[in-house]
Design a binder for this molecule. Structure first.
Ligand SMILES: *Cc1c(COP(=O)(O)O)cnc(C)c1O
Length: 433
């Protein structure tokens, strides 16, 4: 590929190469084009989560309080709103909330939706194929030795920067699958240690996520009894993430927060391969239609989804191709190449993407502890960067007085205390500047 030719055609590439903070507005947003996934697919995924709820409650006691349904709260962020808008000096009409996926059970991250969903679907498929399970059964029985024995003849493998491996590894191992997680160099040691303690086989790579996932996929392809969960193109991951939208609609209703033409909903999501924010946005668009608008956030060193979407090349181009190093404090977003699915499904559903410098997320991480007493991992705060960047554009194009803004916090609960302390120290220094 000739990069000079490409950047003559797409001037945004020069800004990305210069590691500038940009806001890209999607020229195809809102166009009427067919999608590869439907609202029916979304409700099918939701029904599967419900069939498995008795299993989750039995196998993971921390989900018993919600009867085995994995969900996170929507929290008002009034103090953070006042503080962050004053510090970064911008106007934010409307109300600000956090979707606290940092509290999602099992992995403490958004990956508990997509990753666990795909594992459950594999387990259901295998059990049904062997005539051991029908749709009407009580799925709690999957938590017994008969099913563990069955699943032990199968493998589940995945490539991950950390959190996807955690969510898939913990549940797949619990079901009895031979579980292998291929970890990139960005993955934190504590994530590898946690997985090993649960009996998961962790393979480490001293290269990028792309290298880890490619190697993992090739190994799995050699063994027909191994299911490879492909973060670069799985529709099941995507649909698992999307289920959040059905739940969010009910949460907003219960909080008396309307979403309609006069009360637009804006959602700000961190993007790595684009799977979790893409699946979530797909779900939101099925549920709220034209009244919801999603904006992704990516590090200036790893703007993989915006590079793929702005050039229309999707997974055929990586940030390394344009000379970027792909290095960031946002380990969950350290992915140089977007998924095969995200850019395609997002082509008409995503409003835009903002890029940010790492200093911002470290500052937000400390600020969220100071103002709201909420501990997030740096990747999980990226939505605040997109929030700030998008406001001038939004004020120009939408009625903002009654807007609802949701920053999607994507992870944090399992992060060890020493790591929070380190992030806080870095962030506090930046806040005092
Ligand atoms: C994985 C992850 C993301 C991004 O999800 P993608 O599917 O890779 O786009 C964002 N935040 C956290 C904390 C993550 O673990």
């Amino acid at each position: 590929m000739d990069i000079a030719e490409l950047s003559a055609k797409y001037p945004i590439i020069k800004d990305l190469q210069a590691e500038k903070e940009i806001l890209w507005i999607n020229p195809d947003y809102g166009k009427d084009e067919p999608l590869p996934l439907s609202k029916e697919d979304l409700f099918d995924a939701s029904a599967r989560f419900e069939r498995f709820a008795p299993y989750m409650a039995a196998a993971f006691p921390e989900t018993a309080a919600t009867d085995g349904i994995l969900e996170s709260p929507v929290l008002p962020l009034d103090k953070m709103k006042a503080h962050v808008t004053a510090r970064e000096n911008y106007d934010l009409p409307g109300n600000l909330y956090l979707k606290a996926d940092n509290e999602l059970p099992i992995s403490g991250s958004i990956k508990s939706r997509g990753g666990i969903y795909e594992v459950l679907k594999i387990a259901e498929t295998v059990a049904m194929k062997h005539g051991m399970l029908v749709y009407g059964d009580d799925y709690a029985q999957l938590n017994n030795d008969k099913f563990h024995d069955l699943f032990s003849h199968y493998g589940i493998a995945v490539g991950s920067t950390g959190n996807l491996g955690l969510s898939i590894g913990i549940v797949a191992a619990k079901l009895g699958f031979n579980t292998t997680v291929h970890m990139s160099m960005d993955a934190k040691q504590w994530k590898k240690d946690t997985l090993r303690s649960k009996g998961v086989n962790v393979v480490e790579y001293d290269g990028s996520f792309t290298k880890a996932i490619t190697a993992g996929r090739a190994l799995a392809a050699k063994d027909p009894s191994v299911f490879f969960i492909d973060d670069e193109g799985s529709t099941d991951l995507f649909l698992g993430y999307g289920v959040a939208a059905i739940r969010l609609q009910k949460q907003l209703k219960d909080m008396d927060i309307p979403v309609d033409e006069d009360h637009p909903l804006f959602v700000y999501l961190p993007a790595g391969v684009g799977g979790s924010p893409g699946g979530t946005t797909f779900g939101l668009k099925q549920i709220f239609g034209d009244n919801v608008h999603a904006i992704f956030a990516e590090p200036t060193h790893v703007p993989s989804v915006v590079l793929g979407m702005a050039t229309g090349m999707n997974e055929k181009i990586s940030v390394y191709d344009i000379g970027l190093d792909g290095l960031t404090e946002a380990d969950g977003l350290a992915v140089g190449r977007p998924s095969r699915l995200a850019g395609r499904v997002m082509k008409t559903l995503l409003m835009g993407i903002g890029t940010f410098k790492d200093d911002r997320i470290m500052a937000y991480t400390a600020e969220m502890m100071d103002e709201e007493n909420i501990k997030l991992e740096p990747s999980a705060t990226a939505g605040f960067a997109a929030l700030r960047q998008a406001q001038p554009y939004l004020t120009e194009h939408f009625p903002m007085a009654n807007a609802t803004h949701i920053v999607w916090a994507t992870g944090g609960m399992l992060v060890p205390e020493y790591e929070h302390e380190r992030n806080y120290e870095i962030g506090e220094k930046l806040l005092k500047k």
